[in-house]
Design a protein around this ligand. Structure first.
Ligand code: SF4
Length: 289
């Protein structure tokens, strides 16, 4: 297994001072080490946005993909070699906006991937426009009169799309976040972890104080993580309580066969271990000549 130090790259993160991304990346390195992963068997796939730099800030294999395309790339990596630990990382704009279609299909496929969403409720890299999870009424650069639409209910959507592990963490609570990441990485199947994070540069509403006054640990209340109906109810609590109460922790967990366990071509042998030299494509190619 690799130590936390071995997961630290030489490069120092270049995010704004006070950004929640620092807590997320430190919690992830700690979780990878505690779950006894190795740097050479871990792949971080990121998208575009401030969180896109995440694949640079963990010493492992990495791929910085296109905006909203974290999950197709992560899917390809996992299907080619199921032995790898694959972590997708993106922002709320990336994952719940342009990438939302992939999000739903990833949940229902139950691929053995951990997907971490850096949720600062705003587009930070492009200097403060509305995101799909910005609160109704929130004033941003692109919504100067306030957001008209309802936000995406991302955790409820994950639960109804059959994700088998659904959680929410907070970037400012490293101990809880590392524990959630460890359970997500060890979960056999899709693990969705939405992480509330501050963006002190552009989100002046959902500040550190705002978040800390509202969050509570669901797993300290006797919550049954196997009860899907209850998990859905808790996933809607933030919006339905008008953001008076925001639960964090593990909402839902169930064990089901993964996509990789059921796909006949890779069920018993990794794609990268197949003998491609003995496959004769001549007959197939002739059809197209
Ligand atoms: Fe973090 Fe916001 Fe700065 Fe991006 S713009 S690095 S999210 S504080």
């Amino acid at each position: 297994m690799s130590t936390v130090k071995e997961f630290n790259p030489k490069e120092q993160p270049q995010w704004c001072p006070g950004c929640g991304n620092f807590g997320i990346i430190m919690a992830l390195r700690s979780a990878l080490s505690k779950t006894e992963r190795n740097t050479h068997e871990t792949v971080i796939v990121s998208g575009i946005g401030c969180s896109g730099k995440s694949s640079h800030y963990v010493r492992s294999y990495g791929f910085e993909s296109l905006h909203g395309r974290v999950l197709p790339v992560a899917t390809g990596v996992k299907l080619s070699n199921k032995k790898l630990t694959v972590i997708g990382m993106g922002g709320d704009g990336d994952g719940y906006g342009i990438g939302l279609n992939h999000f739903i299909h990833l949940c229902r496929r139950n691929l053995d991937i951990t997907y971490i969403v850096h949720n600062n409720s705003i587009y930070g890299l492009t200097t403060g426009q509305v995101s799909p999870v910005s609160m109704k009424g929130m004033k941003t650069k692109s919504t100067p009169h306030g957001v008209i639409e309802q936000p995406i209910h991302q955790l409820a959507l994950a639960i109804t799309s059959d994700a088998t592990f659904v959680a929410r963490g907070y970037a400012g609570n490293m101990a809880q976040l590392s524990e959630i990441f460890q359970q997500a990485i060890n979960h056999k199947g899709i693990a969705i972890v939405d992480v509330l994070q501050e963006c002190p540069s552009w989100n002046k509403v959902n500040t550190k104080e705002w978040i800390q006054q509202r969050i509570y640990n669901l797993n300290e209340t006797g919550h049954d993580i196997t009860n899907r109906d209850l998990a859905y109810k808790k996933a809607m609590e933030d919006v339905e309580s008008k953001y008076e109460k925001i639960p964090t922790g593990i909402f839902y967990k169930v064990d089901k066969p993964t996509y990789g366990d059921e796909l006949p071509q890779i069920k018993d042998k990794e794609l990268v271990e197949h003998d491609l030299d003995s496959i004769d494509l001549t007959k197939t190619l002739k059809k197209y000549i």
